[in-house]
Design a protein. Sequence first.
Length: 77
Amino acid sequence: MLHNRFKELMAKRSLGIKDIVETTGITRNALSNIANNPYATISNRTLSKLCRTLNVNPGEFYEWDSDIDDVIRQLRR
């Protein structure tokens, strides 16, 4: 299952949600959801804005989680 690396990518760049809001115009609530729920559904438009801002491609933004037990544990948090 795919999960996003948004929180990790922001941390590596010393960026906060406020910085991303100001750069992309994506709402704080939407960004908080993406940061706190790695399995959140992200529209193509939002993904494009995030990838441009973080200077990554979608393959770097997402990571494949092959262990379904880990996925289930993450979803239950």
